[in-house]
Write a protein that binds this ligand. Structure first.
Ligand code: DGL
Length: 267
């Protein structure tokens, strides 16, 4: 029997729409309820305690919408509090870290993988732990890139500023000899072109959004929880504040117009 319940997806803000975009292309018949905590973004420089509190509230909110699974699009949340969310949630929760790490291990030839992310993600060492659990031979080099989120939000996806900032961040990773780079943040897929120009030639970029979409498909299909192949999918978005440039930014992340958007004041 088909399972028509939606998939819940959440992020600290609009960046997680890159994961929604990947999910919609991998699972075109699944409906999605998205929650973006636009009033409290960014999470990447907040304490673990606060990130945990916000994330639990969002999980409870999504469960009320009868979701069959929750995808944590935010790398910062996935890196810091995924275990707590597993315990708290009554439906399966899947984060982006493991899926991204798996893809990276498959892609590397020289066993040296780079990771870029927010301060919180990098200092948690979650990607390093996931990579080492998958393969003890893997060496890692990581770099926090705090300026990349505002660059992506502002739409500065190319040009001198973007090239210089990205060059500054990836320089040490290039020098260390990585051959694979994990884009460990919801916003970085938007900067893929600049990043690919600035990394050493031949470096493979791992987009956690694509990786997690593949993992979600596997999980739903193994559990017999896919929706009917003729079903029409619906995307419903909840956000906690409407930023001034909401439509422009949201559409860029999603790669499509955003409809069915509701603002939630109390969660
Ligand atoms: N969504 C966050 C992440 O993937 C980036 C934005 C933030 O700092 O909240 O880490």
């Amino acid at each position: 029997m088909a399972d028509s319940r939606p998939i819940g997806v959440f992020d600290s803000g609009l960046g997680g729409l890159t994961v929604v975009k990947a999910l919609r292309s991998t699972l075109p018949h699944e409906s999605i309820v998205y929650f973006g905590d636009t009033a409290r973004v960014p999470y990447g420089n907040k304490s673990k305690e606060l990130v945990s509190e916000f994330s639990m509230e969002i999980v409870d909110f999504l469960i009320k919408y009868d979701v069959k699974m929750i995808v944590v699009a935010c790398n910062t949340v996935s890196a810091q509090v995924l275990d707590e969310l597993h315990e708290h949630s009554t439906v399966p929760v899947i984060g982006v870290i493991h899926a991204g790490a798996e893809e990276a291990v498959k892609a590397t030839n020289n066993n040296h993988i780079g990771i870029i992310g927010t301060m919180a993600t990098i200092s948690s060492k979650a990607y390093e732990k996931a990579l080492s659990n998958l393969d003890k031979k893997i060496q890692t080099s990581s770099q926090a890139c705090p300026l990349l989120v505002p660059l992506a939000e502002e739409g500065w996806l190319e040009g001198d500023v973007a090239e210089t900032v990205v060059q500054h961040y990836v320089k040490p990773l290039n020098a260390n000899g990585i051959d694979t780079l994990i884009l460990g943040c919801t916003h970085y897929p938007l900067l893929k072109d600049v990043i690919s120009r600035q990394v050493n030639k031949g470096t493979t970029l791992i987009d956690s959004a694509d990786a997690v979409a593949g993992a979600v498909k596997k999980r739903l299909s193994a559990a017999g929880q896919m929706n009917d192949a003729s079903a029409k999918s619906l995307l419903t978005c909840f956000i906690t504040d409407i930023p001034l440039h909401f439509e422009r930014v949201g559409q860029r992340f999603l790669g499509a117009p955003m409809d069915h958007v509701q603002t939630v004041h109390d969660i």
